[in-house]
Design a protein around this ligand. Structure first.
Ligand code: PML
Ligand code: MG
Length: 242
């Protein structure tokens, strides 16, 4: 019988002008014998971040039944090398068009509304309506991790974490793709992911030093299906084989 697992989540923030500014966040799903190590590593990561020092760190540990965890293979990965952010944006538009989204311009325009959100925008690609119950926060895809726990987890690996997230997100029947630009000022690589195209990295989607970024989950279906989709994104547990 397989033993239970633990979800560990960390978020760090700092008070600025009476508002909590998000500094970093991370999550893992691990076996009990790794708990202490993981908590220490996440704490280290919380207090040393390029966005500055945190004055509030929350580490949450929850036990989850092994039977509640879905396991999936990671999406196949390809990389698209581009020279400039403009070229990267054009590539992104092309991928949306290839996915049958002929309002790509309008969809990309929505990225301007994602800056500063803690979660992602859930966008109905046919009506262009935003489906998040709280539009300031957005929808948070959580409770997922890579399956191999032996790896070095001491610092953030943007790519691995994003591949895990994208694999979970696009596995839902109503999600036809995801667009992501990092909000980390030092990280300019972003991606488009979908069931058909896999995880397509684009090496430059913004200028270095730019703190803007965000995610859009592209939804297609009846609006009444959005609740189930949000429940899946925020609560179903998934381990991804990379
Ligand atoms: C983030 O965590 O800020 C988003 C990271 C995007 C990673 C893109 C990649 O390297 O494939
Ligand atoms: Mg980030």
């Amino acid at each position: 019988m397989s033993s239970d697992l633990y979800s560990v989540k960390m978020r760090a923030s700092r008070k600025e002008d009476n508002e909590d500014r998000h500094i970093s966040g991370a999550e893992k799903i691990v076996e009990q014998d790794m708990l202490q190590t993981i908590c220490a590593q996440l704490l280290e990561r919380a207090i040393h971040h390029s966005k500055g020092e945190a004055d509030f760190v929350n580490i949450k540990v929850e036990r989850i039944a092994a039977g509640d965890v879905i396991r999936r293979d990671a999406l196949p990965v390809t990389t698209c090398e581009v020279g400039t952010a403009g070229e990267g944006q054009r590539k992104l538009r092309e991928l949306l068009e290839r996915s049958g989204l002929h309002n790509s311009e309008e969809i990309l325009e929505k990225m301007k509304e994602t800056w500063g959100m803690r979660g992602a925008m859930l966008l109905d690609v046919d009506t262009m309506r935003r489906l998040e119950p709280d539009q300031k926060r957005g929808v948070r895809a959580t409770y997922m991790d890579a399956e191999d726990s032996g790896d070095d987890r001491s610092h953030k690996n943007h790519f691995r974490e994003a591949l895990v997230l994208a694999t979970k997100v696009v596995s839902h029947k109503n999600i036809i793709g995801e667009i992501c630009i990092s909000d980390d000022p030092d990280y300019v690589t972003g991606y488009f992911a979908s069931k058909e195209l896999g995880y397509v990295r684009i090496t430059k989607l913004k200028e270095p030093g730019c703190p803007d970024g965000g995610r859009i989950f592209l939804f297609r279906g009846e609006e009444r299906e959005a609740d189930d989709c949000i429940r899946y994104l925020e609560h179903r547990k998934m381990l991804v084989r990379i």
